[in-house]
Design a protein around this ligand. Structure first.
Ligand SMILES: Nc1ncnc2c1ncn2[C@@H]1O[C@H](COP(=O)(O)OP(=O)(O)OP(=O)(O)O)[C@@H](O)[C@H]1O
Ligand SMILES: [Mg+2]
Length: 315
């Protein structure tokens, strides 16, 4: 049985219209944390992203010690500024800025998951900058021939699949340039890190199941298995557990305390890691077990290291 401690403190984003309330998207999590004996503190996400970390933490009391963050995504640089602002008032983030960047951005986790995730390459570019033909050609040359997917270090434009995400044939430089240019244009100022190209793999949806399974790891232990938040279906396939064994080693090697891995079933029956994320900013499926989720943060760390016989703690 996991224990809860009154010392678990979580920084949530405040409601943009009410500085005393958690953002509606995280209100249920905040309620559940308080019910489990944890402490909710609020930060101003808008101020943080605008570059004013001091104002973002203005409502955080002095001397909090180590705290979790749970809210909207934060660019890695701004996350470091949040940590620095907390440190000036006797606090700090449990997940260090280095660990956050490692889990949040594809170049941070890619090597550790090589073999489990589609072959990928990237080119650092700033917002609005389309890599030149030479750069794109070199990127494409590093991938197997065929189709590819475009994204930045954190996000894709999957809802604009044909125009800004999917490249049908890497052997067609004009089409590659067109999709990448449209991606860069649509990402605008939010383009993070650079342009990533990933080999396209053919995924299938197990019958009656979510297309992607999001696994939540605490200190290298798969503690909660949910459908990807976009999935209309909340069910996760039975007999999924064996798929986690190779992923477990990679998560351990990554060395981040709270991460998610999104797994999809390839047409040949192999489970693949589509994406890794920092658990603090990974969205939770609306039908997921809130109590189990909260216990990911409140449970005693020592207990989490005890492997369960099946290898997976039931959600
Ligand atoms: N290499 C690939 N091969 C096939 N499909 C892919 C590949 N990469 C991504 N996809 C598809 O595109 C979707 C979006 O990709 P990804 O999860 O990397 O981007 P995202 O925008 O960060 O999404 P999320 O909402 O999960 O944060 C995936 O859910 C998957 O369906
Ligand atoms: Mg994804």
């Amino acid at each position: 049985m996991a224990t809860t401690t009154a010392t678990t403190t979580v920084l949530h984003c405040r409601d943009p219209l009410n500085e005393r309330r958690a953002d509606a998207h995280f209100a249920a999590e905040a309620r559940q944390l308080r019910a489990a004996g944890g402490t909710v503190l609020l930060i101003d996400h808008d101020a943080l992203l605008a570059g004013d970390a001091e104002r973002a933490v203005a409502r955080v009391p002095e001397g909090t010690g180590a705290v979790w963050y749970r809210g909207w995504m934060i660019p890695a640089g701004r996350y470091a500024a949040l940590d620095a602002a907390l440190r000036r008032r006797g606090g700090e983030l449990v997940v260090t800025p280095e660990a956050y960047r490692r889990a949040h951005e594809l170049p941070g986790w890619y090597e550790t998951f090589a073999g489990l995730t589609p072959v990928s390459g990237w080119l650092p570019v700033g917002p609005g900058v389309v890599p030149d033909a030479e750069g794109l050609g070199a990127l494409a040359a590093g991938l197997p021939p065929g189709a590819a997917v475009v994204k930045d270090y954190v996000k894709s434009r999957k809802h604009e699949w044909d125009e800004a995400c999917y490249v049908p044939d890497l052997g067609d430089p004009a089409a590659l340039h067109r999709v990448v240019a449209r991606f860069v244009e649509l990402q605008g100022e939010f383009l993070t890190g650079g342009v990533v190209l990933r080999a396209f793999e053919h995924f299938v949806i197990p019958q009656g199941s979510a297309a992607e399974v999001r696994v939540w790891w605490r200190d290298g232990v798969p503690r909660l298995v949910t459908a990807h938040p976009d999935s209309p279906v909340a069910e996760v396939p039975q007999a999924f557990e064996p798929a986690l064994e190779p992923v477990r080693a990679a998560v351990e090697a990554l060395g981040c305390p709270f991460v998610t891995t999104d797994l999809a079933l390839r047409a040949d029956g192999v489970w693949r890691v589509v994406e890794v994320g920092d658990g603090q900013v990974s969205d939770l499926h609306r039908e997921a077990d809130q109590v189990a989720f909260t216990s990911l943060l409140t449970a005693d760390r020592a207990l989490l290291r005890t492997p369960s016989p099946s290898g997976t703690t039931p959600a």
